[in-house]
Ligand binder design. Structure first.
Ligand code: RIB
Ligand code: CA
Length: 312
């Protein structure tokens, strides 16, 4: 029985972040959760993280982080996740409270106390970037960084920029640099769009007859309409964020290729992750393990089975 990897999840819940929290709780040693301004303002995503961990009985610390990107103004995704970050759902007010330390301080302290954690950021990378700037020794204490963000062939906010990188490109550039010193995995839109939940999956969750199942069914129903990416996109709600967790727990279900990844900081392609897939790309610049294929059906069933198990 292999030991479950220790993970700190940095998130902006967020419908797919919700699934990532549940998947991380079931498949990893979830050390802590940090929140960052992204899908919704910091107060909302932090409230959501506290309510979600409370609903699923997760006794993990939640620490609030940055309320805006390093340089860019705070921008959100209300059109996808609703004004509060969890549109279409109704969670009771959390009884849990966030830890007093800022998420960045928590990340540094938690990795000193527990060396060998994976950092799994599934929102804008502001907290991770600041932690790396505050203490570069962080890279010597973690097992790696597995992020959801970017895309080699497409964006979602613009034709070329994916939301997590687009929201804070300067932070993303700092984190992608870290790949020179620590394992860095990127689950981008090219693979996350392949793993989707559908109406019948929500029906099965609601049929559990539990508050958890009803909440998750509402999450999938709302995100299946808003997160789909337009009527011409494939049906269903894309499981972006859980893939960053599963890239740590189930790496054999991913095909990663080591590539140079550059983050565009200016012009119309600002927020783009330029993934150099040329065979003769400079190997010394290849610092990121980019997920280029996944066992989509296996991962889809794994996520569904995990969500169902969390409702038992
Ligand atoms: O582009 C998808 C990413 O943006 C996901 O992390 C989703 O939660 C949103 O934050
Ligand atoms: Ca997210």
């Amino acid at each position: 029985m292999t030991e479950r990897p220790a993970v700190i999840l940095d998130c902006d819940p967020g419908h797919d972040d919700t699934a990532a929290i549940v998947v991380a709780a079931q498949h990893t040693d979830l050390v802590g959760v940090t929140t960052v301004s992204g899908n919704a303002p910091l107060a909302d995503v932090t409230r959501n993280a506290l309510a979600i961990t409370g609903l699923f009985g997760l006794d993990v610390p939640v620490h609030a982080g940055c309320d805006r990107p390093l340089v860019a103004p705070a921008r959100h995704a209300a059109e996808v996740h609703g004004a509060t970050g969890l549109g279409g759902t109704s969670l009771p007010e959390p009884t849990r409270r966030a830890g007093t330390a800022h998420a960045v301080e928590y990340l540094l302290e938690a990795t000193r106390a527990r060396p060998g954690c994976w950092l799994v950021p599934v929102g804008p990378l502001t907290n991770i970037a600041l932690a790396l700037r505050l203490d570069p020794g962080l890279l010597d204490r973690i097992a790696g960084i597995s992020l959801m963000g970017g895309g080699a062939t497409t964006g979602n906010v613009t034709a070329t920029a994916e939301f997590n990188v687009w929201a804070d490109p300067e932070a993303a550039a700092i984190v992608f640099e870290a790949g020179a010193r620590v394992p860095l995995r990127m689950a981008g839109l090219d693979v996350t769009h392949q793993v989707r939940m559908h109406g019948e999956d929500g029906d099965r969750l609601r049929a559990t007859g539990t508050a958890r199942g009803a909440f998750l069914a509402d999450v999938l129903a709302y995100y299946g309409r808003s997160g789909r990416g337009g009527d011409r996109a494939p049906a269903g709600s894309p499981m972006h964020d859980p893939l960053a967790v599963l890239a740590v727990t189930h790496p054999h279900r991913f095909t990663h290729e080591r590539r140079p990844v550059h983050v565009e900081l200016a012009g119309t392609t600002r927020g783009m992750t330029v993934v150099d897939t040329r065979p003769h790309a400079p190997t010394d610049a290849a610092t990121c393990d980019v997920a280029e294929a996944v066992d989509a059906d296996v991962l889809r069933r794994l996520i569904l089975d995990t969500l169902l198990a969390a409702c038992a």
